[in-house]
Design a protein around this ligand. Structure first.
Ligand SMILES: Cc1ncc(COP(=O)(O)O)c(C=O)c1O
Length: 440
């Protein structure tokens, strides 16, 4: 099917980008000139009438696809009632969402929820709660992590140093350790998860007093750092290490949560309970919302006024999140598991024909395809990855990268098999073109 009917960017897109450049910060990391007009499900159209398949879903946000009728209806109904009252007061949608979140939370014991507006705000809430209840100053984070761009979460973010450059000092007290990556082992031995845990034990003996560590903050599947799935036993090992030292375990599920991996929370794949979990992105299908969910015995220690916000529990955001969770719980998490398995298998088949595809990994509809320069060193093929994302755009497929040279696939959870097949055809064409370009 013809997707693209103008040059890209088309004339209307070009005009808007020029207008925007005069008034908008240049700091947004915009990879290619897509100017949205509207979207339905996995399909989006730009202002020049070109149609694209959206396999990045607004950076893993549009969990139920663009403009899902049930989500739109819920937001419209909420807007008809009122737009805002603030978290200083009560309303039914806010309580209903908190009830839903504490019921779903993978904490293994009673929980409480704090609502906010974004991933970074959720992470800040988790950090503040961990500090508050432990009265400890230090934290452990992971290289390759992304937790946000405010001064607390930024102290952990380390997927690219551009996010850090020029902003020091961020929140003090964070020590980074490697995230286990069996495809690119840093340590000797087959079990990279165990090696990282051993490294952390050494760190605790030699440099970081564990009695001063409030929390270990980790993505159960590392997102921006390359869609890395931890080895079996790693998250359980972190849980045990944390328990040994009275350290809290924070799972940042901002990207991997809300059904993305085929389970409501990614950590459910390993049956490991954190003390605190963060959500955002997919939770509101595009309406900004974040959440911190913590064990009740921790969050109930917060005194009145210890933490709060203006927009937390916004009725439009709560309505969108409740409608999203209805769909994800009833149907879409299971769909993500089923269609994600199909998609991953098709990508693995493609990998057998293209030696530049080093590894295909992921769970559900959180799938990474790492591109390499073929050979024993598996050198990351960054230029090829960038070229592929650009060629895909020109062929009508929206993608984003992560890590050094990994293309990530994070379509809406209700993407159809026909759309996956269509995307695979566009991907293969784009990869062929990118490879040709890289040899030219
Ligand atoms: C795991 C994780 N945590 C936190 C964030 C920050 O979320 P936000 O951009 O909504 O502040 C992100 C964003 O990509 C993320 O992937």
């Amino acid at each position: 099917m013809a997707h693209i009917r103008t040059e890209l960017p088309g004339p209307k897109a070009r005009a808007l980008i020029a207008r925007d450049a005069a008034v908008t910060t240049p700091s947004y990391p915009r990879d290619y000139p897509f100017v949205m007009s509207h979207g339905r499900g996995t399909e989006v159209w730009d202002v020049d009438g070109n149609r694209f398949l959206d396999f990045e879903a607004g950076i893993a946000v549009c969990a139920t696809g663009h403009a899902h009728p049930a989500v739109v209806a819920a937001v419209k109904a909420a807007a008809d009632d009122f737009l805002h009252i603030s978290s200083d007061f009560w309303h039914e949608r806010m309580t209903a969402l908190a009830e839903r979140l504490v019921r779903l939370a993978p904490l293994g014991e009673p929980a409480l929820a704090f609502l906010c507006q974004s991933g970074t705000e959720a992470v800040e809430g988790a950090l503040k709660l961990a500090r508050y209840v432990t009265r400890r100053p230090r934290f452990i984070g992971f290289l390759g992590a992304f937790h946000g761009r405010t001064m607390g979460s930024l102290a952990f973010t380390s997927s690219k140093y551009t996010q850090q450059l020029g902003f020091a000092p961020t929140m003090p007290g964070v020590t980074h350790v490697p995230y286990p990556n069996p495809y690119r082992p840093l340590f000797a031995g087959a079990d990279q998860g165990k090696a990282v845990l051993d490294y952390m034990r050494l760190l605790f003996e030699r440099s970081v007093p564990p009695s001063e560590v409030a929390a270990i903050v980790v993505e159960p599947i590392q997102g921006e750092g390359g869609y890395l799935v931890p080895p079996e036993g790693f998250l359980a090992g972190l849980r045990a290490l944390a328990d040994e030292h009275g350290i809290l375990l924070v799972f940042d599920e901002v990207q991997c949560g809300a059904g993305r991996t085929g389970r409501m929370f990614a950590c459910e794949h390993w049956g490991v309970h954190p003390d605190i979990v963060t959500l955002a992105k997919g939770l509101g299908s595009g309406v900004p919302i974040g959440a911190v969910i913590a064990k009740r015995r921790l969050m109930e220690q917060w005194k009145r006024g210890a933490h709060g916000n203006t927009f937390g529990g916004n009725p439009l955001a709560c309505a969108a999140a409740i409608a999203t969770l209805d769909l994800v719980e009833r149907e879409y998490a299971a769909l993500a598991a089923k269609n994600g398995a199909y998609f991953k298998e098709r990508l693995q088949t493609l990998a057998r024909r293209f030696p530049c595809i080093g590894e295909v990994r992921g769970k559900g509809l959180m799938i990474g395809m790492e591109l390499i320069v073929p050979g024993p060193e598996r050198a990351p093929a960054k230029a090829l990855c960038d070229a592929l994302v650009t060629r895909a755009f020109h062929n009508g497929l929206l993608l984003l990268s992560c890590g050094t040279s990994t293309v990530r696939f994070m379509p809406p959870l209700n993407v159809s098999v026909a759309e996956i097949d269509e995307a695979l055809a566009l991907l293969e064409r784009s990869l062929g073109e990118a490879l040709q370009g890289s040899h030219a």
